[in-house]
Ligand binder design. Structure first.
Ligand SMILES: Cc1cc2nc3c(=O)[nH]c(=O)nc-3n(C[C@H](O)[C@H](O)[C@H](O)COP(=O)(O)OP(=O)(O)OC[C@H]3O[C@@H](n4cnc5c(N)ncnc54)[C@H](O)[C@@H]3O)c2cc1C
Length: 380
């Protein structure tokens, strides 16, 4: 059993860490305040090959593993969680299903531009009345000659307003049980009948836009069907297994930023004639934060290894996301407490970390849904 990273992974980790230190940490507060990510960041990530990390080299990507993606996402999210989720969604929720389920023609049409960051990807599953119960979606795709006509409303689409490719899940057969009659479509957002609606005002990850995508009579060529007709929900679920590993990495990255800030502040802030790091109550908080984060990271790396080996990883991914998101929120809460009143203001960046950590318990399956997946596999 080997716990260390390979030389190649250490190198990738160093590249991502240096980028985060140099380009993200100084910008993260502005991304949050101005609700957008600087274009230089998109460019910098492109230069490092981060938009196509797991895309095969023949399509212009870096051809790396899910493990490498996790290592990168932890570092990028330690620097800026808005940038981190943009990168995670693009790689895990858009490039990954296209690599796994796309035809050669579909891959050739989209992957090279996704891999260089020329276009961003977005994942359109959630609807106003289908969140955790994603199979209840009502967006419809009806065959018309060589096209499908898609009608429906998608909400909370991360990067939807920036994207050059949408993967849209729509019902193609209402006579089948609800999870069976769903298909996935590759949709160009410039298609007539596709409109970007309201942008949400969010608690955290404010640099990453989450928007409505409104489809009204959107005509999509039948060749843009991803995978098998009526079997799209399996693609959505398989994709989410990978996505959850990515969000778990995001959570560890945010949690590590909290731990780093807490260590630094506790060695600087003096009360009762000594730095607060001398108080056992503070030391125990630091010890608990690091133990929970390190434990969760092992679950994340295990889930990524399973996925790389193409072994079933649903419950492992759910455990990783559950443990990592709880660890991150614990770390964010303790970090704010260690900073006292200053933590509750914008004097330090910890109130942003506190807000950013919160989403990791909600998207790509809320905490209760992860527990449900884990319990189902135990009881099966
Ligand atoms: C910032 C942000 C970005 C997002 N990005 C995307 C995106 O890019 N693409 C996309 O498709 N979606 C996206 N989402 C949607 C996200 O995945 C959903 O918000 C999430 O799946 C939860 O659904 P919901 O919000 O409708 O909550 P609900 O499903 O209404 O759940 C409400 C509460 O009930 C609990 N609950 C529900 N069912 C059960 C159950 N069976 N047992 C126990 N508890 C249960 C939940 O855990 C939760 O606590 C995003 C959401 C946010 C907030």
């Amino acid at each position: 059993m080997e716990f260390g990273l390979t030389e190649e992974l250490e190198l990738i980790q160093r590249l991502a860490r240096d980028f985060a230190e140099r380009e993200l940490i100084p910008r993260a507060a502005r991304h949050d305040r101005e609700e957008k990510i600087d274009p230089e960041v998109f460019q910098g990530l492109a230069e490092l090959g981060m938009w196509g990390l797991t895309v095969p080299e023949e399509f212009g990507g870096s051809g790396l593993s899910n493990l490498a993606l996790c290592v990168v996402l932890e570092e990028i999210n330690r620097g800026c969680a808005s940038t981190g989720v943009t990168l995670s969604v693009h790689n895990s929720l858009v490039c990954a299903p296209l690599i796994k389920f796309g035809t050669q023609e579909q891959k050739a049409a989209w992957l090279p531009r996704l891999a260089t960051g020329e276009i961003l990807g977005a994942y359109c599953l959630t609807e106003p009345n289908s969140g955790s119960d994603a199979a209840a979606l009502t967006t419809r795709a009806v065959k018309d000659g060589n096209d499908y006509i898609i009608d429906g409303t998608k909400i909370w689409v991360t990067s939807g307003s920036l994207a050059g490719l949408l993967i849209v899940y729509a019902r193609t057969n209402s006579s089948l049980p609800k999870a069976q009659g769903i298909s996935a479509f590759l949709v160009d957002p410039k298609t007539a009948g596709v409109r970007i609606g309201k942008k949400e005002m969010k608690c955290g990850i404010r640099g990453s836009p989450a928007v409505e995508v409104l489809l009204s009579g959107a005509r999509v060529p039948a060749k843009n069907l991803l995978g098998t007709l009526d079997r799209g929900f399996q693609i959505a679920l398989d994709t989410l297994d990978g996505g959850r590993i990515g969000i778990a990495s995001q959570a560890i990255g945010i949690g590590r930023a909290c731990l780093d800030a807490s260590i630094k502040y506790s060695k600087e802030r003096e009360q009762f004639g000594k730095t607060i790091s001398h108080f056992q109550a503070i030391q125990w908080k630091l010890a608990d934060m690091s133990t929970r984060l390190d434990g969760a990271r092992l679950l994340v790396l295990r889930a990524a290894c399973l996925r790389d080996k193409r072994l079933p990883c649903g419950p492992a991914a759910a455990q990783a996301k559950l443990a990592a998101s709880l660890a991150a929120n614990f770390a964010a809460d303790e970090c704010l407490q260690i900073h006292g009143g200053a933590g509750y203001t914008d004097h330090f960046q910890v109130e942003r970390l506190f807000r950013d950590a919160r989403i990791t318990e909600i998207y790509e399956g809320a905490t209760d849904i992860q527990r449900l997946v884990i319990a189902r596999s135990l009881l099966a």
